[in-house]
Write a protein that binds this ligand. Structure first.
Ligand SMILES: *Cc1c(COP(=O)(O)O)cnc(C)c1O
Length: 420
């Protein structure tokens, strides 16, 4: 085991909170702060460095605020995310992606840096909101992006960004439209578990930035390495080392940008790396079922955490109070959706589990509850922040049936028609 997974919450506290409502999410404020501090510290060699937290990973304002208060900005990609970032007075990066006009208008009004996903969006943005003085363009290198033996992105199959030719053309047009400061962005591989991803991406983007500057005489004020730094979901995996990653980026910076007389700020848009390990889904075992396989049924389901169902993602499971028991049983751990992929674990070796046990599903702090959905009419659960003083603060209440019914023309609770 390369890293021991531990529960954020004790069995006693978990019992108390789950008596109020189960399942629930819990986040560890102290660990979020420590990790964010390391990210800032690792990149402090770069004058303008800023992490724009990817809000889609976890939009709960209390969580985003922890990062914003530490100096992070927000990376947003929708109207509601813009509203959340703006309420927290965060500097904003707006990642366009099939963007409606009203979101460009909203982003521009908030003074967000707009990251254009496509060359055709230049005229679209000009028409709906006008071209700002600072703008970013998203690059897609095409083909495969190999980072290591077990790590590859496939940008050639991704819907994002502009081709190399288009980036040159986009910068040329934008310069003629009065843009003064340019940014360059790319996201070429996701959840990378190697310290080599950012340095390799940096080399590609820095080289392109020098060419853009030399060919078009533009001022490149920042380079955005985006997200993609992964976390070790499995205990046998080795976590990334943010200091090694930053050092690798620095070496590329000094060998490519410095000689070209350039000193752009480095931006990141980490989501997973900022939060995944510091949030857990806590769920109670409702049933044990013995048929052709052994099933443990719990009160959380894929609607609370869809990564296992959607990607077959591994999430480590701790049985609270049985941490030291031998893992001599093999279970499928399931939720209650009428959908057979609703499994948090398949053929997982675990200690003997009994009805009433509390399970902690690890590494659910990013792309966890934010991917939640309402299939089978399932409601989103409560979420708590474990504060640095050890107390628990409710940061998102559990949804009530009325929340779910609120958008229907016929209100199922009263039978009333809300509109004709
Ligand atoms: C999803 C996303 C991120 C964050 O990705 P992580 O894998 O969580 O680090 C950053 N930037 C953009 C544009 C994204 O779409």
């Amino acid at each position: 085991m390369k890293q021991e997974k531990t529960s954020i919450i004790t069995l006693k506290d978990a019992k108390n909170l789950s008596a109020a409502s189960s399942p629930f999410y819990v986040y560890d404020e102290k660990a979020i702060l420590e990790n964010a501090k390391q990210v800032m510290d690792a990149f402090s060699w770069n004058k303008g460095f800023r992490e724009y937290f990817a809000v889609k990973a976890n939009p709960i304002p209390d969580i985003v605020k922890i990062l914003v208060d530490m100096g992070c900005g927000c990376d947003c990609s929708s109207d509601t995310e813009l509203t959340i970032a703006s309420a927290l007075k965060a500097p904003i990066m707006f990642s366009s992606n099939v963007t409606p006009a009203k979101e460009y208008v909203h982003a521009k009004k908030l003074g967000a840096i707009i990251n254009l996903d496509d060359i055709t969006h230049i005229s679209f943005l000009k028409e709906c909101a006008g071209i700002p003085e600072t703008i970013c363009c998203r690059y897609n290198s095409g083909g495969n992006f190999e980072v290591g033996p077990n790590c590859m992105g496939t940008p050639g199959d991704a819907k994002y960004g502009m081709t190399r030719e288009q980036i040159f053309e986009a910068y040329r047009i934008l310069k003629s439209e009065g843009v003064k400061n340019f940014g360059l962005h790319a996201f070429l591989a996701s959840n990378t578990l190697t310290n080599a991803y950012y340095p390799k991406l940096a080399k590609e983007l820095f080289t392109l930035a020098v060419e853009l500057k030399e060919k078009l005489d533009v001022n490149i004020s920042f380079i955005n390495l985006s997200g993609g730094i992964g976390v070790a979901y499995h205990p046998d995996e080795t976590p990334n080392d943010i200091y090694a990653i930053s050092e690798g980026v620095k070496q590329q910076y000094e060998s490519i940008l410095t000689p070209a007389g350039m000193e752009p700020a480095i931006y990141t848009e980490l989501g997973r790396y900022m939060l995944a390990p510091y949030g857990q889904l806590v769920t109670r075992v409702l049933h044990e079922k013995h048929i052709y396989k052994e099933y443990i049924g719990c009160d959380a389901c894929a609607a609370n955490l869809m990564r296992p169902a959607m990607y077959g993602a591994y999430h480590h499971i701790i049985v609270l109070g049985k941490e030291d028991w031998p893992c001599d049983h093999i279970y499928d751990v399931t939720g209650s959706l009428c959908e057979n992929n609703d499994k948090f674990a398949i053929d997982r070796k675990l200690p003997e589990i009994k009805t009433g046990d509390i399970l902690v599903i690890c590494d659910a702090g990013a792309h966890g509850s934010s991917m939640g959905y309402h299939y089978n009419g399932k409601l989103h659960c409560a979420e708590y922040l474990k504060k640095t003083d050890g107390s628990f603060k409710l940061i998102k209440r559990a949804e009530k049936p009325a929340d779910y019914f609120a958008t229907f023309r016929i209100d199922p609770e009263t039978g009333n028609e809300r509109w004709k």
